[in-house]
Design a protein around this ligand. Sequence first.
Ligand code: MF3
Ligand code: CO
Length: 284
Amino acid sequence: MKRIKRNWNIPKGQPLTDFDKRILEFQNRGELVPTRQLIKTPEQIEGIRRSGVVNTGVLDLIEKEIHAGMSTAEIDKLVYDYTVAHGAIPAPLNYEGFPKSVCTSINEVVCHGIPSEYDILEEGDIINVDVSTILDGYYSDASRMFIIGQTSPEKEKLVRVTRECLEIGKEAARPWGFVGEIGKAIERHARKNGFSVVRDLCGHGVGLEFHEEPEVNHYNTHHHGMLLVPGMVFTIEPMINMGTWEVFIDEEDGWTVVTEDELPSAQWEHTFVMTDTGLEILTH
Ligand code: MF3
Ligand code: CO
């Protein structure tokens, strides 16, 4: 028997609003609906947006400063200094034991690369810089790819197609639709271009915590996933591989995620809020 997870509860004695009724209709059909906590208030959305402004400032700074010969530890220092100077906190720092302020993932590193003075950027590298910020308790999360100098046409295509995957995922997400549409659209575009989608890591709700519900898969799970309701805030952050989708975690540091075949991987990420007309970017 299929068990319904009843996330939407009505406080005792409170009359049902049209909003409640609309969500209950889905819940009674057996769909996964958000909890009340996941529907952000306008004040909370403004807080996340302000956090996103700092987060974007960090990425713009890195975009300006990144160059061949630079170490990823230097990127980490730029992130830390800028964030703190703007009254914010880098969310990765000490998060579940993560030792640095940003994730720097070069070539075959999929994500969660740890900045190091020994990792020097070289001409032709592609690198993901994943920045997450806490401002006044509000979390934002976004990442970009940077190409160091000139790279191969294949790696250039991977970076471009991954960016397109993020855009296509954004467009696939509709208010009162389902999170599963996002991964379905992303996987279709990745495969059409000969690439694969990482399955072991996903996008996520964000805002009051670093990682909240829902899970945002970037591949076709063949499930609806959670109902998308205006006011929900979450990331889309497809990791797209040139070869196999399979990945492993570096045993030595317990963080760095690497492609199984050691072929390159790319990722782009934004934080979005669902509105009555579709997704709006909070990390422009
Ligand atoms: N920024 C990553 C994300 O997109 C999470 C990194 S967790 C860390 O969800 F600890 F590695 F920073
Ligand atoms: Co994220």
